[in-house]
Design a protein around this ligand. Structure first.
Ligand code: UDX
Length: 445
């Protein structure tokens, strides 16, 4: 299949690269000349596990090419995936101006029939709008529209793309569904490099074929449900703290019921990143526009937003006065395995601490380059031990694996007060107590 991917962000680049890996001819288009020049030189604009190797391999064998020209992409392909960004606007709704612009450009350049697939996360009915744009700007050519939402996690996007739990396709008629089934066939049947196969992935991968509106809603409903699980367990962790129960055991006991499931029941600082907060906000706005007040999701958002302040309260409850104290921060990115700082809870925690007059020292294995621009006044250091030097408290904000093996004897000696506030429940409270720390975590009274 000849495929054009428009937009080479996380979603577009992973999608295009993985399609080329399973045997399709892919042209990735982006208006950002710098990014395309980098990709042409074989340099990566983002870091994603395994992506670099696949880009090099498929670029090398001529299955994956890059261009800044939508005209070229449209001309050379039968199927076009729209993967441009849909960032949040001031009142929470998604900014669809890039989607609309790209749709206009596709319409103006197409000279033969095309299947256009929306992969960017968009509000329900965007497919209909795209269709109207095609009619408005090019009534000569037949366009089919489909929705094919992505469910990729940062840090494991390549593995997620090739080993999905399901593939969702929203179409208006059978023809486009058949084309998309053919495109995804090697993934559905795991016909690719066995090294990239994850044994836990269902075989064959289930395919959900539905109408476009349902596919659009599946994306928002999925992310909202996962966010709801996180806020639910965080609310339960607040109750655990009040009665002296242990959220880790409660989550295990609840999650082992297969109807609930173990995943996304980790209590902590709440969800961040560029997807959950933005998609939740957008879904609440979409519902509002449809005259449905989605109070359930508003509560999910509220519970999540109060996490950073609750963590700072634990610091205050331990140190009494935060002003003029040195607080060492371990972990800044919104989750481990990525350097992404977008909507990271660390930003909020650090800003509250700075407002209260704390001196902040911080270390993160991956995100310090990005964090430096976002966190003025923070002293960035090169390892966790330097963070601990002269610190009145150590605060864990991201659960990086490398923190699991820290030498806490050494850390205790370096600190002014042996205080650890763990926002991610990384350690056993009893062991930390035995080591001589005042150790406070989440929901383990
Ligand atoms: C998410 C979705 O998982 C993916 O399907 C979607 O397409 C994009 O958004 P991502 O943002 O990369 O992916 O991160 P994910 O691993 O899902 O974690 C999201 C946030 O929830 C992180 O801040 C993480 O720390 C937090 N989280 C996750 C918890 O607090 N507790 C949990 O149990 C799980």
């Amino acid at each position: 299949m000849k495929i054009c991917i428009i937009g080479t962000g996380y979603v577009g680049l992973v999608t295009g690269t993985c399609f080329s890996e399973v045997g399709h001819r892919v042209i990735c288009v982006d208006s950002d000349e710098r990014k395309i020049a980098m990709l042409k030189r074989g340099e990566m604009p983002i870091y994603e596990v395994g992506l670099n190797e696949l880009v090099q391999r498929n670029k090398g064998r001529g299955y994956l090419t890059f261009s800044t020209s939508i005209e070229e992409g449209v001309e050379k392909s039968d199927v076009i995936f729209i993967c441009v960004g849909t960032p949040p606007k001031e009142r929470g709704e998604a900014d669809l101006s890039s989607v609309e612009k790209v749709a206009r450009q596709i319409a103006s350049f197409a000279t033969s029939s095309k299947l256009v697939v929306e992969k960017s996360t968009v509000p329900v009915k965007t497919g209909e709008w795209i269709k109207r744009v095609f009619k408005m700007y090019n009534s000569q050519v037949d366009f089919d529209i489909a929705s094919n939402p992505e469910f990729l996690r940062e840090g494991s996007a390549v593995a997620d793309f090739l080993n999905p739990d399901r593939i969702v396709i929203g179409v208006e008629k059978e023809g486009p569904a058949d084309i998309l089934k053919k495109i995804y066939e090697p993934i559905i049947n795991h016909q690719f490099d066995p090294n990239l196969r994850e044994p836990s992935s269902p075989h064959p991968v289930p395919l959900v074929v539905t109408d476009i509106q349902s596919a659009e809603i599946i994306k928002h409903a999925s992310n909202s449900f996962l966010a709801m699980k996180i806020s639910f367990i965080n609310a339960i962790s607040d109750i655990c703290e009040k009665v002296g129960a242990d959220i880790e055991k409660v989550a295990e006991g609840v999650g082992l019921d297969r109807r609930v499931g173990r995943h996304f029941l980790r209590a902590g600082l709440g969800f961040g990143g560029f997807c959950f907060p933005k998609d939740l906000q957008a879904f609440i706005k979409i519902a509002k526009d449809l005259n449905y007040d989605f109070t359930l999701l508003k509560e999910v958002e509220r519970i999540n937003k109060e996490r950073p302040a609750l963590l700072v309260k634990k610091i205050r409850d331990t140190l009494w006065i935060i002003k003029d104290k040195t607080i060492g921060i371990l972990g800044l990115s919104f989750k481990p395995g990525t350097d992404d700082m977008r909507f990271a809870p660390s930003l909020k925690v650090i800003s509250i601490l700075q407002k209260e007059g704390a001196r902040i020292k911080a270390y993160d294995p991956a995100s310090m380059g990005k964090a430096k621009e976002l966190l003025p006044g923070v002293v960035f250091v090169s390892d966790p031990y330097e963070v601990s030097e002269e610190a009145n408290a150590l605060v864990i904000l991201t659960e990086w694996d490398e923190f699991k093996t820290l030498n806490f004897f050494r850390i205790k000696k370096l600190m002014v007060n042996p205080v650890i506030i763990d926002g991610r429940n990384m350690f056993d409270p009893l062991k930390m107590k035995e080591l001589g720390f005042i150790y406070k975590c989440i929901g383990r009274g």
